[in-house]
Design a protein around this ligand. Sequence first.
Ligand SMILES: [Cu+2]
Length: 503
Amino acid sequence: MIKRLIQFISIALFILILGACSNSMNGMNYNNMNMDEEREVTSEDTTTKGLQQTVSTEKIELNEFTLVAQERKHTLTEGIDIQAWTFNGSVPGPEIRVQEGEEVKIILKNELKDPVTIHWHGIPVPNNMDGIPGVTMNAVQPGDSFIYEFKTTVPGTYWYHSHQDGVNQLDKGLYGSFIIEGKNDEEVDKDYTLVLDEWMSDTDSDRFRMGHDMGNMYDIFTVNGKNGKDVLPLLVNEGDKVRLRLVNAGFMSHKIHLHGHEFKVTGTDGQEINDPELIKDQLISIAPGERYDIEFTTDNLGEWLLESHGDMEGTDGMKVPIKYESFDGASTDKSNQQEKLKLFDLTSYGKEGSGGFTLDQEYDLSYTMDLNTGMSSRGMVYTINDKTFPKTENIKVNEGDLVKVKLENNSTIDDHPMHLHGHFFQVLSKNGKPVQGSPIIKDTLNLKPGDEYVVAFKADNPGNWLFHCHDLHHASAGMVTQVTYDGFKPQFTPNPNANNQPE
Ligand SMILES: [Cu+2]
């Protein structure tokens, strides 16, 4: 209660400070938002004038291709045009589909006026391919190119996004899905990828000035870049086995409800769940950076919704119709987005198996990460062990170390979806209770306020790797650390003129 009060007073103070220095917004690390650039998210704006319209998201199934970062005008729904930053002219960027074990070569070409990079979220690439400006490479300057090359070792659902000034560049649309199809993947009839995100209709309001944690400045929710009635339906036939790959590219969690069908959660963050059972009418809460794969059989002729639940302003616009092609009647399914259904619990789902780690085994290293919210003279900060990046203490490892990390969210109102680069970790316990059911292997783990998790990983990929919150408002305001390998030397020289902004 006292903590809550302190937090409330902190936020109130923060608003006062903001009000007093609204013209110096650019000088603040918090949000790091350029008001002029952000103002484009209104329908009558002139900043989209002269820009080419976005194209629909293409599927790339090659192992060598080019991604061009470029500015476009994008229509979220009729009447709402935004100035978007895109890969290959679409929001999301191309859906990349490659096979397990392939060598891929991706040329990033930057046609924007700001530097960019690409990070392959969740894919354990070599460190120099991880796309972190100032940590693994220099940001790719306007007009320049960079070649990424790596092997697709672990099949699953991943995504890619710029890691330069991410809080702004992801907000503008610089992301896409990356699917590695496995040799032993179960055959399905339909395989759809759904990328979730949020946008702002009005960035000039008081609500915007109050910042991310006061009310909600994101009021337009999208699936594959489209809102409301413009969301493309999923077409199915009776008897189809359907796989949906849900990817959250936004900065908010979304609770997704599949209507009319039983389903299984078959994977998360690119890793299979052991022997998942059928469930129904449970909400899959998907946090920023996370992925969930679900599968169902189309045994209920009609037209159904896959919809977001909750009472946020944007919730209403995040609905995907599922249409049986042979159905020509009127849909009887209705939205029930306000209904508080059971939340899917990953920590007691599927069958036990070996994930490689146990709570009581020996570890070479143990770390604790105390995640918290605080105030500084610059405004709100998000801390790891009371420090903000780049002053946070690194998690120092030797190659081969078995590392145990206890994560504690001591913020009173903020979720922290923590993402580790270059490695998967196994989730061993939640709030002191060992994980039941299937082993949980992830790269992004959401901590609600008060949550405490113990995770473990093997230091098997030498480099300097970010470990950070994927609410990038929190990352840009401090919640970033690194896992660093003893003796590792990056293969690039940081260029002080590259404007590297890793968080
Ligand atoms: Cu956070």
